[in-house]
Design a protein. Structure first.
Length: 124
């Protein structure tokens, strides 16, 4: 599955500090939570070509609704911004590259699905 920016996460929503997960929580009425791991690695061919960079900040997130994991999300973004902190600050992850001069005109999301695994530690 691939999805591109449009009404899913418009600039106006980001400017109001609304992430897609928080917007979903408000609409459906669940208590949102998340855990985040931040690390650095060389950019793969697709990311290096898209962003014209050699190394990326990787944000690996588990998003929860009422305590249950509902989405695993991995973002690869430019280095040297507040994205490198688990708490990205007001307006979230996508505001940080823009503050550093990387205006987001569009973005693409690539997703997939597989059968669930039994409860336990997440693989590295």
């Amino acid at each position: 599955m691939s999805r591109t920016a449009g009404s899913w996460l418009p600039r106006e929503a980001r400017e109001r500090g609304r992430s897609a997960h928080l917007a979903d929580a408000a609409e459906v009425g669940f208590t949102p939570s998340r855990s985040i791991e931040v690390r650095f690695k060389p950019a793969g061919a697709r990311v290096a070509g898209s962003l014209a960079i050699a190394e990326v900040t990787v944000r690996d997130r588990a998003l929860r609704a009422a305590g249950l994991v509902v989405r695993l999300s991995v973002s690869r973004l430019p280095r040297d911004t507040a994205i490198e902190d688990a708490a990205t600050g007001p307006r979230g992850t996508y505001a940080r590259p823009e503050e550093a001069g990387h205006r987001i005109g569009s973005f693409a999301e690539h997703g997939g699905a597989r059968a669930g695994t039994p409860p336990g530690p997440r693989p590295s």
